[in-house]
Design a protein around this ligand. Structure first.
Ligand SMILES: [Zn+2]
Length: 173
């Protein structure tokens, strides 16, 4: 098994798998434009670990781990929301669908024609898949904001404040 310290820009799937190569790469969030668009901590590290091997003597596979902390905007209060992502994935690269029937179900199957894959695209896609669709704080962050508003607006007519809260709630309560 070979151990390399940086990732090449193209992954030679069959070739790497046959040699059972393990690769370790260190990036910044800003290296991935699609991630950088939504993350506010663009200078933070992304650690990537890839291990290649051949399954059934013919199917190139990759086990990977991507480690990063990402700061997104909470979709409820729009404040910063920091998420520690540890993305674990198992990919199998096949030429046609039938080939995937021999593989265990934990593999994500990629049907590809080419022998090479762009490293950046793979990492970027895996991170995007792991990011929650609608990231929100795991506490009721809107309620916290409302409490602050009530305290700030103390001198107002208390009934006027109540009305405001009801409207903000969409009339749920
Ligand atoms: Zn929030």
């Amino acid at each position: 098994m070979e151990l390399n310290k940086s990732l090449p820009s193209q992954l030679k799937l069959f070739n790497f798998a046959k040699k059972e190569i393990s690769l370790l790469g260190l990036y910044q969030i800003s290296d991935f434009p699609k991630i950088s668009e939504i993350a506010s901590n663009k200078k933070d590290n992304v650690r990537v670990d890839l291990s290649f091997y051949l399954k059934n003597n013919k199917t190139p596979c990759v086990d990977g781990i991507i480690d990063l902390d990402i700061v997104l905007a909470c979709q409820r209060c729009l404040d910063d929301l920091s998420i520690a992502l540890k993305v674990n994935f198992h990919l199998a690269f096949v030429r046609h669908d039938q080939q995937s029937e021999e593989l265990e179900s934990h593999y994500e199957i990629y049907v590809i024609e080419e022998e090479e894959l762009a490293t950046h695209d793979l990492i970027s896609d895996e991170i995007l898949l792991a990011i929650p669709m609608v990231p929100t704080h795991d506490f009721d962050c809107i309620k916290e904001i409302k409490k602050q508003e009530v305290v700030e607006g103390k001198s107002e007519n208390p009934f006027a404040i109540l009305k405001k809260i009801k409207i903000a709630d969409g009339g749920k309560e």
